[in-house]
Design a protein around this ligand. Structure first.
Ligand code: HEM
Length: 138
């Protein structure tokens, strides 16, 4: 049986997706709108911030999040993100990361011009462990 290389599929899709602009709307902009539409609780975190740092850091943060997948070892950047989002920091409750992932997947469907079901599966597989790590540091 052939093994599916989720990392490779994710990496290829990442470049297609994060650089894409649909109807004049960037990947990050769409993701952010989707996240804000998805949950009032999440909207609350962005009331006193324009989300500029989040939007600007997100595309690179995804690389660090995905970097957790192969060995389940966080790099320094991911550790920092986890600390700044934990109960002593922004206090982003663990269940909200599931909404984050749903919104990400919904955005990938629209933004990857070569989207297929296994591409979405790859994003889920590759990002989930890193998100579980952030949750575990809450
Ligand atoms: C629903 C889940 C999340 C919420 C509600 C949330 C909320 C926030 C907020 C309110 C900020 C500060 C906004 C600003 O000043 O621009 C922020 C910053 C940031 N977030 Fe999140 N976040 C979430 C998940 C994540 C995830 C999963 C990642 C990436 C792995 C991430 C990466 C960042 C980065 C890179 C910043 C910039 C500042 C920093 O590094 O701390 N966030 N987030």
């Amino acid at each position: 049986m052939q093994m599916i290389d989720y990392e490779e599929i994710f990496n290829m899709s990442y470049w297609r997706t994060t650089q894409n602009v649909v109807d004049g709307v960037s990947f990050v902009e769409h993701f952010m709108n989707s996240l804000l539409d998805a949950s009032e609780e999440i909207r609350g975190f962005f009331v006193h911030s324009d989300g500029e740092a989040f939007s600007q850091g997100l595309i690179l943060a995804l690389v660090h999040l995905a970097g957790y997948f192969p060995d389940h070892i966080p790099d320094r950047v991911l550790e920092g993100i986890a600390v700044r989002h934990n109960r002593h920091g922004r206090a982003i409750k663990p269940h909200l990361y599931d909404i984050f992932l749903d919104c990400m997947l919904e955005t990938v469907v629209l933004y990857d011009p070569e989207y297929e079901e296994h591409v979405g599966e790859a994003w889920r597989h590759v990002l989930s462990p890193g998100l579980e790590y952030i949750k575990s540091q809450y």
